[in-house]
Design a protein around this ligand. Structure first.
Ligand code: ADP
Ligand code: MG
Length: 616
């Protein structure tokens, strides 16, 4: 048989290698920004167009390249950063593989200007799909600028799989954050389609975080510092009350390199033990400095995971350092989220004055007098002076049940068609066919037996369909605010809000001015409480980002899901009789009744026969 093995031509090999390095525009941004940092730049400009699909340009004032280096930099495995394998263990640069520029040039139109400080003139190279088109002399200030145009122009399949400009821009922004947070003394500019997104002056870590994530971040930060032989830890964690369900704003940097680590994340979570609401995790910006020889950054091609020599010690140090900081800054009073909600002060009593418990002494009390002892012990000796505490709770259930959170819900009970419900009334009272069980379920009788409905999930389903409908048919129930609300958001959050503005408007939000980090709200959906708008929008933004990244859902579906989750009644809320009935009716008027929008079971049925069988 003839020989069949052949060496791939360079441009094909480069294209294949590019698949590893460049997944999307954000990967190019990461590589170019890191090269600028490695070149010792003090000012870096990032310019993108159309989510980086049309243009990504990075301009730095770093050390620049000679004519020969400029040409060589596009060769595969061409790097100035290591000479031998041993150097891998003393890395102080971001790059070391010498693959990035070669990969990028294999799949895009690249234009590079570069000039050494001591030189009068520099080099201008044009290269497309690994082919050098021209190399000329140019007069440019010291430093390097690399433009990458038409990414994946020669791999249409890859280009087709890029997401919308907004989603790609979000990935780019994530990479930008990571580099900018690791290098606060470097000045960064970031422009998108001609508009300035970030202008970050040289500063310290705290200010850099606040510049990026907005003014309101300032009050959330608790400083963390510790220096041991193994590691120097510095940075910030968010106060526990700002913990979120989404995993945004969580950053580890090891020797100024952004890394991901489930293990270290776990250490942070462990240090917050007992302080967080269920299913939430805090934001953090943690900088670890370790001996370069004690880590191996070689294990992942895109280099966001690294291997530590002694992970267990790091874990322990991190955990105790954060715990200490939380204690020191007095943010760890023991918040007990596990306590029984049934023991909470009911809402109606929150504003009531507490009564001073009094003691009435029975002067004539004689413990040896006939049967009196048992009876009087708990009652007359320690009887509260002003009425019986139990009586304060009498009738409360029904009052609390009228709570506006649910009774304002506009329910489409009249559209119910089926009649699976018992027509004859039970003994409980006229029309009574439901009751609430453990503040979690609504039990209802039906012809064939019993329905047990999960109140939270049922309400989610009702709201979900309602929101979906109002987004699609654009019929809204909105309440105009007498005094418009002004809320602060980070630039990134504002850009998400701008992206979903249309759908939010269909849901009943009405927006005034959007500025860089402030948003004016003139109207809100009827279901949303004015005091909660900020929380609802915060949750909406972070959940939306999470869901969108998971793909497959339309914007209206994602928003309806997010909103129904935050507005639906929760376990623990008391529903009065009318609310129970309205909820049950509304549920069975839905298109889908069995599953919540999150694909969880909404109700179960127990048939009469099943009950009868229990009594055999
Ligand atoms: P690596 O960064 O892994 O070395 P790259 O392909 O990213 O590989 O870059 C190749 C080489 O080109 C670098 O080692 C560096 O010498 C040079 N280089 C790239 N970008 C710049 C820049 N912005 N300024 C100066 N030199 C650069
Ligand atoms: Mg590089």
């Amino acid at each position: 048989m003839a020989d069949i093995i052949q060496l791939l031509p360079d441009h094909v090999a480069n294209q294949i290698a590019a698949g590893e390095v460049v997944q999307r525009p954000a990967s190019v941004v990461k590589e170019l920004l890191e090269n600028a940092i490695d070149a010792g730049a003090t000012t870096i400009k990032l310019i993108v167009k159309d989510g980086g699909k049309t243009l990504i340009k990075v301009v730095d004032d770093g050390k620049g390249m000679s004519v020969t280096d400029a040409r060589l930099s596009f060769e595969r495995h061409a790097t100035s950063k290591i000479n031998c394998a041993e150097d891998l263990f003393h890395l102080d640069t971001k790059g070391f593989r010498g693959e990035a520029l070669a990969s990028i040039a294999a799949i895009a139109h690249v234009d590079m200007h570069t000039c050494l400080e001591e030189e009068e003139v520099g080099t201008h190279i044009k290269i497309e799909g690994s082919k050098v088109l021209s190399q000329e002399v140019t007069v440019k200030p010291k430093g390097t600028s690399v433009s990458v145009k038409n990414l994946f122009f020669n791999i249409p399949a890859r280009r087709k799989f890029l997401k919308s400009n907004q989603v790609e821009l979000r990935h780019i922004t994530d990479e930008f954050h990571r580099v900018a947070l690791a290098h606060p003394t470097v000045q960064f500019y970031f422009y998108n389609n001609g508009g300035e997104l970030f202008n970050l002056p040289p500063s310290n870590f705290r200010k850099r975080i606040v510049h990026i994530f907005g003014f309101k971040t300032k009050e959330k930060l608790v400083p963390v510092t510790e220096e041991t032989k193994v590691v120097k830890v510095s940075g910030f964690v968010f106060k526990p009350e700002y913990a979120k369900k989404s995993r945004g704003q969580q950053f580890f940097f090891v020797n100024k390199r952004f890394i991901k680590s489930h293990y270290l994340h776990h250490a942070v979570m462990a240090s917050f033990e007992g302080l967080l609401r269920p299913d939430t995790s805090p934001g953090y910006f943690l900088y670890l400095d370790v001996e370069p020889s004690s880590i191996d950054i070689n294990i992942h091609p895109t280099k966001t995971e690294i291997k530590f020599d002694d992970e267990h010690t790091l874990y322990a140090i991190l955990k105790s350092t954060i715990k200490h900081s939380l204690g020191q800054f007095n943010v760890s009073p023991v918040l007990d989220f596990d306590k029984d909600q049934n023991l909470d002060t009911p809402y109606m009593l929150l504003k009531k004055q507490a009564h001073q418990p009094g003691i009435t002494i029975d002067h004539g009390f004689n413990p040896f007098r006939e049967s009196g002892f048992e009876k009087s012990a708990g009652r007359s000796m320690l009887k509260p002076s002003s009425g019986d505490w139990e009586s304060m709770y009498v009738g409360l259930e029904s009052k609390v049940g009228m709570d506006e959170s649910f009774s304002t819900v506009h329910l489409e009970s009249d559209t119910i068609t089926g009649s699976i419900f018992e027509e004859t009334q039970g003994e409980v009272g006229p029309g009574a066919t439901t009751f609430q069980f453990r503040r979690k379920y609504i039990v209802s009788t039906i012809k064939s037996g019993m329905l047990i409905i999960h109140q939270g999930r049922a309400h989610q389903r009702v709201l979900y369909e309602k929101f979906l409908k109002s987004i699609t048919v654009k019929e809204t129930l909105s309440q105009q605010l007498l005094f418009p609300l002004k809320l602060n958001f980070s630039k990134e959050e504002i850009s998400v809000l701008e992206e979903i503005k249309g759908s939010l408007t269909s849901l009943g939000f009405s927006f005034g001015r959007f500025t860089e980090d402030e948003l004016q709200i003139n109207g809100i959906p009827q279901l949303v409480n004015e005091a909660e708008v900020g929380i609802v929008l915060d949750q909406l933004i972070s959940d939306y980002q999470m869901e969108v990244n998971r793909n497959g859902f339309t914007q209206s579906e994602v928003l309806s899901k997010v909103l129904c989750k935050s507005l639906a009644v929760k376990t623990g809320e008391i529903l009065n009789f009318e609310s129970q009935q309205a909820l049950v009716n509304a549920l069975f008027a839905c298109k889908e009744t069995k599953r919540s929008p999150f694909n969880k079971l909404v109700y179960i049925t127990i048939t009469g026969t099943e009950i009868d069988n229990k009594f055999i």
